[in-house]
Design a protein around this ligand. Sequence first.
Ligand SMILES: *Cc1c(COP(=O)(O)O)cnc(C)c1O
Length: 218
Amino acid sequence: MSLEEIKSRITKAEAAAGRRPGEVQLIAVSKVQPIDRVTGVLEQGHRLFGENRVQEAAGKWPDLRQDFPDTKVHLIGPLQTNKTRQAFGLFDAIHSVDRPKLAKTIARIAQEEGHCPPLFIQVNTGEEPQKAGILPAEADTFVADCQSMGLPVRGLMCIPPVEEEPSLHFALLAKLAARNGLTGLSMGMSSDFERAIALGATHVRVGSAIFGERVKPG
Ligand SMILES: *Cc1c(COP(=O)(O)O)cnc(C)c1O
């Protein structure tokens, strides 16, 4: 599939859901993709990308940004507290705020640096033990705690369990966001982004459908 096809599928899904055209942001997930595929998508004019590892992004995006200076890169994978300051320098948004310790560290570094990227709180909607994220029952309290620390919480993010119908998880995330007055919804990947848009996604994270299958797992 190509970038153009994905964009046109997004436009159709927006229309079908009665959403404003262009309301949904496409995050092209470039993790572990060969660099020529990434520059190919940049050369087609796309400027919003997602990476799931700080180290990998650090090895790639400072150079690419020199050639394509208006590019935005979002962190969509786990963040270790000791890499928070580095993440502030690399990313335009963080979608993986998943625990109180990380929120506190982000708040401290935001104070020191004098800025903070927009944040999404990751919710473990499937309550999977191996998966990162705040449990749904704890989401309201965690959102309030982050806001009381002054953090710019833009919305919520989820990665549904692979074996389950994702729409149930998208609907749950949308409900949690609405009840907390949050407008951002980071949900939907290659196999389910249209269903996510139907349920209110504002940011879809699409990797393999744009770039082709990843060569290494990521
Ligand atoms: C890899 C990844 C994606 C993209 O997955 P695809 O199935 O390739 O579209 C989306 N979100 C996160 C958090 C990821 O790690």
